[in-house]
Write a protein that binds this ligand. Sequence first.
Ligand SMILES: C[S@@+](CC[C@H](N)C(=O)[O-])C[C@H]1O[C@@H](n2cnc3c(N)ncnc32)[C@H](O)[C@@H]1O
Length: 326
Amino acid sequence: MGRGTTLIEAALLGRTPYGCDINPLSQIFVQPRLNPPSLSEIEARLEKINFTGADEWPEKLLVFFHPETLREICALKKYLLGKKNKGALDDVDYWIWMVATNRLTGHSPGFFSVYTLPPNQAVSLESQIKINEKRSQIPERRHVPALILRKSRQLLADLDEPQRHQLSVSAEDSFLVTGSADQTPKISSDSIALVVTSPPFLDVVDYEQDNWLRAWFCDIDISKLALWQIKSLRDWETGMMNVLSEIHRVLKPGGRVAFEVGEVRNGKIKLETSVLKIGLKAGLRPVLVLINDQIFTKTSNCWGVDNLKKGTNTNRIILFQKDAGC
Ligand SMILES: C[S@@+](CC[C@H](N)C(=O)[O-])C[C@H]1O[C@@H](n2cnc3c(N)ncnc32)[C@H](O)[C@@H]1O
């Protein structure tokens, strides 16, 4: 699932979205966007929430947030977890949770934090202290409910009534799994028309470090998750063999899987070669390999990457088909 773009697009196209990610954050990002409330419902709920009632004060987070902003974040966390424990969260709460988790830190005044890296890469406290010193900045006051409402307005702006209807129809039979992709027993065999997946590329991304602040806000012990950050290619191939075998099981005859991998170790390791070999072993027939040779992204610039030496510079999609009788 990752951040869930694939599922939302699938739902908008009238497909029934099923998703899987081992990180519970994915469900927090996906589920509310399949069931979006109206802006007026969000506004009314934000007015009701007590944004002063925090009962924790993680002082170390003041390197990111103004004290009053941090108080509002902690109060919202208390409200959401309190309702979660009572099983009382509704679609409006889930929406607010999704937007707030995404607004925690970022590089513009639309986020709760002072300037930092883009939102999917939370820096450590030590790195943020350095960023603050370098830019001579201290966290300014950001108003949490106002920013949640502003972002919600933006997100919902181009969602028209037919699309809302389509989402609600598609969401009705949707199914989100928080678990490992190599074991999805709740998904029936021969039931899926198309799998779109992008696994971790060896250990290129540190999902634990990148999500530590979101995990704090959502009360997730990320160190306990068996997130795949696999250094050795052999171990990665073993893990992906199990995933592709599971994908083979759930695919309908004639169903397809688009398996995306990026370039790693400066292009010295070609993951697509491994995926082709493993897919064949799992009983899938390769249809094509699509190569996307990308130039530079905004994100790579934020990382200070302006040459082709670091980061993921190309990616490949391997398309397989499960033939009838295979
Ligand atoms: C390369 S990212 C894909 C991100 C997605 N394409 C996006 O743009 O957000 C890999 C995803 O795999 C998830 N993941 C890691 N280990 C997993 C496992 N064992 N089973 C299922 N998902 C896993 C991570 O949480 C992460 O969301």
